[in-house]
Write a protein that binds this ligand. Structure first.
Ligand code: 13P
Length: 256
């Protein structure tokens, strides 16, 4: 299980230290990690290296991923951060195509495809976000949108596999209407997405399905079905370290 915290454009140096101090009070991280239940933190770029060092210092086995990445490897691209740079600061993966990137920064499916090519070439684990808006859902177009967003990216994964690499790829179903609204999708919705991925792109693709959108201590319990989702991508709720602990305890505390 992957429990990914997307901090978006939040947190400061001081808040990160306090967050890790709170998490360090829990002694089951090693046990959870052995069971492949992992917490992954996605800070804003400037805090990637600080976060890594602070985790190492506290012996906290968390994964670290970036929230975005450039589609280019190097050169005159002011303000951009490349896959190689992310590897250099020991990030293990990267979120790609988040709906906020698509909505506010005009990212297209073609951009996401170029980015995943670069991520895979550098061995970064991509978490590709996809999902429909309320309007698309109302029109009955949700599955058309999922396929349109995933198809070119899945082809890029195929080209990478053909080169002999096998970096895992995750697909975060994040319906736009569920992000930050307090209205999470239901298990039936997520099962439908899983079925659609299996039918359209095959079992391997469906196996990497994550869910994101208003995940909190209540909604996560009803969405937690191991055959359907490999984990969750959490925004607001995981800005609070106590909620992280509460959700881990609720989902995994007594798992054998
Ligand atoms: P919320 O959990 O705040 O709804 O955000 C979801 C999200 O966008 C994670 O990437």
């Amino acid at each position: 299980m992957l429990m990914i915290a997307n901090w978006k454009m939040n947190m400061s140096r001081k808040e990160i230290v306090a967050y890790l101090d709170t998490l360090a009070g829990e002694d089951r991280w090693g046990v959870w990690n052995e069971r492949e239940i992992r917490l992954v933190l996605c800070p804003p770029f400037p805090y990637l290296d600080l976060l890594r060092k602070e985790c190492v210092r506290r012996d906290l086995p968390f994964g670290i991923m970036a929230q975005n990445m450039a589609a280019f490897d190097t050169g005159p691209f002011t303000g951009e951060v490349s896959a190689g740079m992310l590897r250099d600061v020991a990030a293990e993966g990267v979120l790609l195509g988040h709906s906020e990137r698509r909505q506010y920064f005009g990212e297209t499916d073609a951009d996401v495809t170029r980015k995943i090519e670069r991520a895979l070439a550098f061995g970064l684990v991509p978490v590709v976000c996809f999902g429909e808006t309320q309007e698309e859902r109302d029109r009955g177009d949700a599955s058309v949108v999922w396929s349109r967003q995933i198809a070119p990216v899945w082809e890029a994964v195929g080209r990478d596999r053909a080169e002999g690499r096998a970096t895992p790829v995750f697909w975060a179903y994040e319906p736009v209407w569920a992000i930050g609204t307090g209205r999470a999708a239901g298990l039936a919705d997520v099962r439908e997405v899983s079925r659609h991925l299996r039918k359209t792109f095959g079992k391997e693709c469906a196996r990497g399905l994550l869910y994101g959108g208003s995940v909190n201590a209540e909604s996560v319990t009803s969405l937690f079905e191991k055959e359907t989702v490999r984990g969750f991508l959490v925004g607001g709720a995981f800005l609070d370290a106590r909620t992280v602990l509460c959700i881990f305890d609720r989902l995994f505390g007594r798992e054998s």
